[in-house]
Design a protein around this ligand. Structure first.
Ligand SMILES: Cc1cc2nc3c(=O)[nH]c(=O)nc-3n(C[C@H](O)[C@H](O)[C@H](O)COP(=O)(O)OP(=O)(O)OC[C@H]3O[C@@H](n4cnc5c(N)ncnc54)[C@H](O)[C@@H]3O)c2cc1C
Length: 502
């Protein structure tokens, strides 16, 4: 089947699943008040790939059918540039607010399958073959996939990884004639209500002896025993004028319980294989997926800059303080753009002819963005001030008497009408002050491990020789270098959670 349309995506969501919003087990996702806005948006993203087929679609290398470009296994810088364009178009649809549009998992699994040889050793030929077959299934059926890779926190002092005997973390219970039974929980499945399937793959390396926890698989969301507990909804069913973002882009996050779930043999990629679990994520995964996440981040920062400019313009705020603040947002956006371009420019063959961006600039970005994004929210709040709340609603503005008064008291500078002003400041409030804004800030802080862990990773990967030489040179311990050396090779591999807390 070629790339799906929005209608096909929504039809597939009708399959019953054990998904809870508040005290209600949801029977119809596409029409549920907490979910229909994001469902409709994701459907539009599926349609978008047909509207911009020249950017978003490509022929399947084996069948020739049109599939999403996000399933590409890049084999050159030109491939990465083509993928960049497709990822950017999807990011622009939600101005970067939806972090886990299906392209996130598409890129992840294309990267995994492209280096299936890494999944095969030791003693995992079958798991690797299952993975390759699954990636084709994912691409050819244009599946929407959620994922859970983090263990739940019960006692933070006991560490990040499940020690043998842990009865909370997801683990293998037994073999069956068709596969295995798993039990336990994982966090945090963003996109869960809108996903056809759920993926489990490695994150924190496991200690020796915890093979039962070393699992990777993908199964349909309706698999018996799978339970999704959605967080409180940030979605509002009020008008787009009133809530331009939270009426559309609450992608949801769910706690996932695997209550004796059978995983079929052909969907198992790692079956209690400790070595494979601890190694497969430490090579190309991070730089590969970060092309998607950082294009999204760049888009969101550029949107924030545009929004700040619009806010200032509407109230004719030309103060030096505000222009400094706007310049600060632009600086973050430009540095993000430059780092993404640098990573793509320095892309290389990670083995088997598969090209990913250089991980260095992306690792640096990933460490700093959990600070930049909250600061951007603060800047927009400072520029917006009380104006963020002096925003008549669509219903108020459609009352003739109130509309007339709003035209006098709530208009903007230079003939900006009250509805125009209200629309922009409502957008700003939805971006920095609404429930969705709070969730989105949490997302930016943590979606790919905390800033603290990413700084530790950045330090671990950082080249050390040049800095050391400069220190020794200024102290006169080594002779001054009279030539300019090429950039020191930078490590690109690693996983943020590899870095221990202590
Ligand atoms: C909105 C949202 C959506 C998410 N979606 C998904 C998803 O779709 N799939 C999925 O699998 N997971 C998802 N996650 C989970 C995410 O991967 C984890 O939240 C992330 O890995 C952070 O885990 P943690 O709480 O253990 O953070 P930690 O890294 O333990 O951070 C917690 C606190 O400890 C501090 N800390 C940690 N390490 C150090 C250190 N070395 N030194 C000093 N301080 C330190 C941090 O600064 C932070 O304050 C999501 C999370 C959020 C918030």
């Amino acid at each position: 089947m070629p790339a799906r349309t929005g209608k096909q995506f929504l039809e597939a969501l009708r399959r019953p699943r054990d998904l809870w919003v508040n005290g209600e087990k949801v029977s119809d996702i596409a029409s549920h008040p907490a979910l229909f806005g994001a469902a409709a948006s994701l459907a539009e993203i599926f349609d978008l790939q047909h509207q911009a087929a020249d950017i978003c679609l490509m022929p399947d290398p084996e069948t020739g059918e049109q599939i999403a470009v996000s399933h590409m296994m890049p084999r050159s810088k030109a491939d990465l540039a083509a993928r960049h364009r497709a990822l950017q178009l999807v990011a622009e649809y939600s101005v970067g607010l939806m972090g886990r549009t299906p392209d996130y998992m598409n890129v992840t699994y294309a990267g995994f399958a492209a280096r299936a040889d890494e999944w095969a050793v030791p003693n995992n030929d079958r798991g690797a073959a299952n993975l390759v077959a699954y990636q084709k299934f994912l691409a050819r059926n244009d599946i929407s996939l959620t994922h859970t890779i983090i263990q739940p926190t019960i006692d933070k002092a006991s560490g990040d990884v499940p020690m043998p005997g842990n009865d909370v973390a997801l683990r293998k219970i037994e073999n069956t004639s068709h596969g295995i039974i798993v039990r336990g929980a994982r966090i945090l499945a963003t996109l869960a209500p809108f996903a056809d399937e759920i993926a489990v793959y490695p994150a924190v390396p496991l200690p020796q002896g915890s093979d039962a926890y070393a699992l990777s698989f993908c199964i349909p969301a309706e698999t018996p025993g799978l339970k999704f507990l959605c967080r409180d909804s940030c979605s509002t069913d009020r008008s787009r004028f009133d809530h331009p973002l939270s009426s559309r882009f609450d992608e949801q996050d769910a706690f996932v319980i695997f209550d004796n779930v059978e995983v079929p043999r052909d969907r198992l990629f790692i079956d209690a294989n400790w070595t494979v679990y601890n190694t497969v994520m430490t090579t190309g995964w991070y730089p590969n997926i970060m092309q998607q996440t950082m294009i999204r981040a760049q888009t969101k920062l550029e949107f924030a800059y545009g929004l700040g400019c619009a806010m200032a313009e509407i109230i004719n705020d030309v103060s030096p303080a505000t222009s400094q603040l706007l310049g600060e947002i632009w600086t973050y956006a430009e540095l993000t753009r430059a780092a993404v371009r640098a990573a793509e420019d320095e892309a290389f063959d990670y083995g088997q002819g598969v090209w990913f961006p250089h991980g260095g600039p992306l690792a640096a970005l990933r460490a700093i963005l959990p600070s930049w994004f909250p600061r951007v929210g603060e800047i927009l709040t400072l520029i917006g001030s009380h104006n963020l709340l002096a925003t008549p609603s669509e219903a108020q503005l459609s009352d003739p008497e109130l509309a007339k008064l709003a035209g006098i008291y709530l208009r903007g500078a230079k003939d900006v009408s009250a509805p125009e002003r209200s629309r922009v400041f409502r957008l700003a409030w939805d971006f920095v002050g609404s429930a969705l804004a709070g969730r989105n800030e949490l997302y930016e802080r943590f979606y790919l491990a905390s800033g603290a862990r990413n700084y530790s990773l950045a330090h671990a990967l950082a080249p050390k020789q040049r800095g050391r030489r400069l220190v020794e040179q200024i102290l006169g311990l080594v002779p001054r270098l009279l030539r300019v050396e090429p950039d020191e090779p930078r490590a690109v591999i690693g996983l943020p959670r590899n870095i221990p807390r202590k």
